[in-house]
Design a protein. Structure first.
Length: 206
């Protein structure tokens, strides 16, 4: 009998440090082999699953494709579910969860940081040799970017952030891309000027 599949909807330690996500993470650590010599680009998760069909990822992917960068990058999503290479995002459980950032408390945020940091360190310790360099495209104020900064220091890895700080994005720019109803902090990442900042930096980095 096949193993039952669960939809994990909620926030808190039980929705990140659990048997399902931990087992999936261990499978990545033990079995996943990245395509060598690509630049790793750590980026954000999304409400829509699979990620490539979401509003935010549509704009990020379109920008990377239009500039000829996608084939040179190994996209990796940072989320409460783990450290997820893009080619695995159609696999269970990565299409079957929902974490609402609006429900996070300071305690929940700290648990997220600690668990994601552990997973990212394990990922980099086993997969670092396959990538030529590392960068990220994350909100500067996000917990995921805090994890990136801590891991940079602990492992001595440079992972520059190619996103503009949120304070540099105007409310008008935010509202234009959010269409007046899509209220998500990560909308900052798909403002046209921020996407241009990403591609300008990648032109120099790749």
């Amino acid at each position: 009998m096949p193993e039952p599949l669960f939809f994990l909807k909620g926030v808190g330690k039980d929705y990140t440090d659990n048997e399902i996500f931990n087992r999936a993470h261990e499978k990545i650590i033990k079995e996943y082999i990245p395509e060598e010599e690509k630049v790793a680009l750590f980026t954000v998760c999304s409400w829509g699953k699979p990620y490539r069909q979401s509003y935010i990822h549509y704009f990020i992917l379109r920008s990377l494709i239009q500039n000829g960068f996608l084939s040179k990058l190994g996209l990796i999503v940072l989320t409460n579910a783990g450290v997820i290479p893009y080619e695995l995002t159609d696999d269970y459980p990565y299409f079957s969860y929902d974490w609402d950032p609006n429900l996070e408390t300071d305690t929940i945020k700290q648990a997220y940081i600690e668990i994601l940091e552990r997973r990212l360190i394990e990922f980099l310790e086993t997969k670092r040799k396959y990538y030529s360099r590392f960068c990220c495209y994350l909100r500067h104020e996000s917990e995921s970017y805090k994890v990136i900064q801590q891991v940079e220091e602990k492992l001595g890895i440079l992972i520059p952030n190619f996103s503009l700080p949120e304070r540099e994005i105007t409310q008008e720019e935010y509202e234009q891309i959010s269409l007046g109803f899509y209220d998500d902090h990560d909308i900052y990442l798909i403002v046209a000027r921020n996407l241009n900042h990403l591609t300008d930096n990648l032109k120099r980095f790749l």
